[in-house]
Design a protein around this ligand. Structure first.
Ligand code: SF4
Ligand code: SF4
Length: 159
């Protein structure tokens, strides 16, 4: 008697499984055909693809080379390399950004760097295609060649 009950129970479970299979067979497909649909994939706004340093049309960025992001990064993913330059207006030496290096291969995308940056000089882009043949190519320079520090716009106080 027990064997007959288990036999019909098995058939019932088999039919339940077949029902789910048939249901998904006729449902519209939601799987992304990547990379065939490259250019049509739009990741969410908040996606952390890779770190970038925005530059304005005059090739200026907001990084003061303070190194706070480098100190706070838990993985040593960032290297802020600075140099000294003589300020034309004051004649004094000042520290400026030479190269900002970011190794996407060791980044955990925790965003501690962007949160701790006092200048909002770095942010996330949604580019997620990082595949390379060598690890060395994962190290990117974020400040563009010949770029400089953007002057801060003075906020005029209302009298
Ligand atoms: S997201 Fe995190 S791991 Fe990546 S560079 Fe910023 S602080 Fe470092
Ligand atoms: S990105 Fe921000 S925190 Fe990092 S060195 Fe530049 S100004 Fe400082």
């Amino acid at each position: 008697m027990r064997d007959i009950r288990e036999f019909f129970l098995g058939i019932w479970h088999l039919l339940q499984g077949m029902y789910v299979v048939m249901l998904n067979f006729i449902r519209p497909k939601v799987t992304e055909q990547y990379p065939e649909n490259r250019g049509k994939v739009f990741p969410a706004e908040r996606m952390r693809g890779e770190l970038v340093m925005p530059h304005n049309e005059a090739n200026q960025h907001k990084c003061t080379a303070c190194g706070i992001c480098e100190i706070n990064c838990p993985n040593g993913t960032i290297q802020v390399i600075s140099k000294k330059e003589v300020d034309g207006a004051t004649g004094k030496e000042k520290k400026v950004l030479d190269r900002y290096l970011y190794d996407v291969g060791s980044c955990t995308f925790c965003s501690v760097c962007t949160i701790s940056c006092p200048q909002d000089a770095i942010e996330w882009s949604r580019n997620f295609e990082h595949a390379m043949f060598t690890r060395a190519k994962l190290v990117q320079r974020l400040n563009k060649e010949g770029s400089s520090l953007a002057k801060k716009e003075k906020v005029e106080k209302e009298s």
